[in-house]
Design a protein around this ligand. Structure first.
Ligand code: FAD
Length: 468
């Protein structure tokens, strides 16, 4: 007979693990089914040639001091019964939005950005303050409203198109599944998460967060099956009656939470839906390069910036590029430039994320794919130089390792349609699907990023597993 669970969760990413903790904490018999052999989903880690690499961590958003008990991040940790000290969080130094001839620096003290706007755009600062205050007071219930264009909404506060582009650049890169625009609710969430609150990282990297979350789930008696993909969700009478696994086994569950994504989940119920070709498939995919140096970036004059969101002209284009990679904009992350104090990372790291075209990368033969990765790696490294201070010395000889991933890699390891990190542009905020006991959680429920996906897991589990 098929084993029965109170709740089955598809995906051991941050949303699935968080949902699992809530369910298990309240005594539910929970199982997490994960197709990959490593937990974390888009936030994961791997080893290559003896080195450990993080995936999906530039920084955790929503950083606030522990004393701010009503802040989202602290509430989330309380819901998960995670002791904040376990995460060993260290703050960013400061970050920057870099456009030609203008820089806006921001940090975990939100006053820094306001003073930068005042210096670079004196005529806009009153509007910027009003925007910031409106976002602070934005009612939570309005975050759940149907899609409204943030590009239109912001014009009541900001009239300088360049400042508008500079505000959107980091918020879209860290949390928009929509091309060239965002939902107002999502814009408000990202503005608060990055500009009002701030950025930090677990000192050891993403593996520390994953370890803490996994330990919590395990100690509560939660079950996790790795390398166990869900192949099909079998529907009967408007409910999912059985879950068929890739290995041919079947299980049953009262409630199913899927973190696989909207078109991906629908294609599990109806295999005639090809997730990649669905109208709900996201178009925004990223590529990332990682360069490892035997010296730290501060030794060649790159010691100040934690993250740089750059764009090479006055207009920021956030859409799937025609070519493999769009070199016009991107995100440079220098993991060494968090406040490590007297325990610095041993090697220097430079990560660069750019918009990428899924189809262009997936259309290559394996040989051509590897050659294209090599070619684009070099081009990306060169494209960031105008955005960074002129190096005080040539550090190219200190490069000891490189890696690069593309939308093809993301697709392979997470099964995300078109390798779209933020999933579908259509978000299902109440998590409901066409089947009574199947709910979405994670990226396509609408909360994005590490903290967002964990929050999504908690909210959806509270609503549909605990309240029933
Ligand atoms: C390069 C990069 C940089 C990023 N940087 C940051 C950052 O600095 N800060 C930040 O906050 N966020 C960042 N993110 C985004 C963040 O990683 C994601 O928003 C978040 O991890 C999404 O979590 P999730 O649980 O919704 O989805 P996922 O992590 O995608 O989890 C879904 C899981 O479901 C599994 N799955 C899918 N289909 C099946 C199936 N049929 N059967 C079984 N299992 C299945 C997948 O393998 C996966 O493990 C970054 C992401 C990337 C890739």
């Amino acid at each position: 007979m098929a084993e029965h669970y109170d709740v089955a969760i598809i995906g051991a990413g941050m949303s699935g693990l968080s949902a699992g903790i809530r369910a298990a904490h309240f005594g539910k018999k929970a199982i997490i089914l994960e197709q990959h052999n490593a937990p974390g989903g888009l936030n994961s880690f791997y080893a290559k040639e003896g080195r450990k690499y993080d995936v999906g961590l530039h920084a955790m958003t929503n950083f606030v001091p522990a004393s701010e008990r009503r802040a989202i991040f602290n509430k989330l940790l309380r819901q998960l019964r995670i002791d904040r000290a376990e995460l060993d969080l260290i703050e960013q130094k400061s970050s920057r939005v870099a456009f030609p001839g203008v820089n806006l620096r921001f940090g975990n003290d939100e006053g820094l950005l306001e003073s930068e706007v005042e210096a670079a755009f004196p005529g806009q600062v009153d509007g910027f303050r009003k925007l910031s205050e409106t976002i602070r007071d934005f009612p939570d219930r309005d975050l759940e409203q149907p899609y409204q264009s943030a590009r239109s909404w912001i014009k009541q506060f900001i009239s300088d198109p360049l400042l508008e582009e500079m505000i959107f650049c980091p918020l879209m890169y860290y949390g928009s599944a929509v091309e060239n625009d965002m939902d107002v609710g999502q814009f408000v969430i990202m503005f608060r998460s990055i500009f009002h609150e701030g950025l930090a990282r677990p000192a050891e990297g993403i593996r520390l967060l994953i370890r803490v979350v996994l330990d919590r789930y395990r100690k509560l008696g939660g079950i996790r099956k790795m390398k166990t993909g869900v192949k099909r969700l079998i529907e009967e009478g408007g409910r999912i009656s059985r879950i068929e696994l890739d290995n041919g086994e079947e299980i049953t569950a009262d409630v199913i939470l899927s973190c696989a994504g909207l078109p991906e989940t629908y294609s599990l119920v109806d295999p005639s839906i090809i997730a990649d070709q669905s109208k709900d498939a996201g178009k925004l995919a990223f590529s990332e390069t990682i360069a490892v140096y035997e010296t730290l970036p501060e030794t060649w004059g790159w010691g100040d910036d934690t993250i740089v969101f750059f764009n090479d002209s006055d207009r920021f284009v956030y859409e799937a590029p025609e070519e493999q990679i769009d070199l016009r904009s991107g995100v440079i992350c220098l993991p060494n430039n968090f406040e490590f104090g007297d325990r610095p990372l041993k090697e220097g790291l430079v990560r660069v994320t750019c918009l990428a075209n899924h189809d262009a990368w997936c259309g290559f033969s394996e040989e051509r794919y590897q050659a294209a990765k090599e070619e684009w790696f070099g081009r990306i490294q060169n494209s960031i130089l105008p955005m960074m201070p002129k190096p005080t010395r040539d550090h190219s000889g200190e490069l000891v390792a490189t890696d690069m991933f593309t939308p093809k890699t993301i697709k392979r390891f997470t099964r995300r349609a078109r390798g779209a990190i933020y999933g579908s542009p259509r978000k299902v905020k109440d998590g409901r699907t066409d089947w009574d006991n199947l709910f979405l959680c994670g990226a396509d429920q609408g909360y994005l990023g590490i903290v967002g996906s964990m929050l999504s897991g908690v909210v959806i589990a509270n609503q549909y597993v605990l309240k029933g």
